[in-house]
Design a protein around this ligand. Structure first.
Ligand code: FE2
Length: 256
């Protein structure tokens, strides 16, 4: 089973890059499952119904989220009906949406989980390790995939080493910078961060001049998202269903 995971889609140029490159990626990798992190897809913060629908129409089997899940008020009008969306399990408010999506594939149960790092992150409600253990108990699956939305590389590595015999794919999101550490550990394909699908000539998707001004003059910023052409960051992971093990992981970056 081939899984294409597309890293944090940021704003319009990120969405355009995703839609532009998906046909080529489908042709090249012939993936079975498409997962998209959409927590920054509506102008850098949150997601709208229209954007969620556009991801589903583009073939997304699951849309994962993060610290900006609830940044648009609109989310509360559709999150309960958004079957393919998952939100971090251990981030408040926990009462809206769901943290796990289960998909049947070739007679197997594939579980996709959204876990939230506890280091340098706001609104953490519970320990990510214990949250994942609880979810493994609650949702029996043959294959498990985790979007670990977090900042600290150390926490992502510790999490991977703890779960690498029970989880077949753990990919980091949130930092917007793709790391070059993709590898297989135990049964698990891992990368610390998939990277951003968004404006290439920017600072993590934001207008570079505004961010320079923020750091140089120590002034607050307005959070303007760059409209420069988008790059796409992703990984393609191959999971062998019989041995319930990941067999390969490859990084993808397509720059404008
Ligand atoms: Fe984030």
């Amino acid at each position: 089973m081939k899984v294409l995971f597309v890293g944090d889609v940021v704003g319009k140029s990120g969405r355009n890059a995703l839609f532009e490159h998906l046909p080529f990626l489908k042709e090249k990798y012939n993936y079975d499952l498409l997962i998209v992190n959409g927590e920054n897809s509506a102008h850098g913060k949150g997601i709208t119904r229209k954007i969620y629908d556009s991801f589903v129409n583009a073939g997304a089997d699951c849309v994962t989220m993060g610290n900006h899940t609830f940044s648009k008020d609109n989310i509360f009008t559709f999150i309960e009906n958004a079957d393919r969306m998952i939100r971090p399990a251990n981030m408040s408010p926990v009462e809206y949406g769901k943290p796990v999506r289960i998909i049947e594939f070739e007679g197997r149960k594939i579980g996709i989980f959204n876990i939230y790092g506890s280091v340098y992150m706001d609104n953490v409600t519970d320990n990510p390790f214990k949250t994942m253990e609880r979810l493994i108990e609650e949702y029996p699956c043959d294959i498990r995939i985790v979007d670990f939305h977090g900042e600290a590389t150390s926490e992502k590595y510790a999490f991977m080493h703890y779960f690498c015999q029970k989880v077949q794919m753990i990919v980091g999101t949130h930092t917007h910078i793709q790391t070059a550490d993709e590898a297989i550990f135990g049964r698990c394909a891992f990368i610390c961060d998939v990277g951003m699908t968004g404006p290439y000539d920017s600072v993590l998707g934001r207008d570079k001049y505004e961010v320079i001004n923020m750091f140089y003059n120590e002034e607050p910023s307005r959070y303007t998202i760059s409209d420069n052409p988008g790059m796409l960051s992703a990984v393609i992971v191959d999971i062998d269903l019989d041995s319930e093990s990941a067999v390969s992981i490859e990084r993808i970056q397509i720059k404008p």
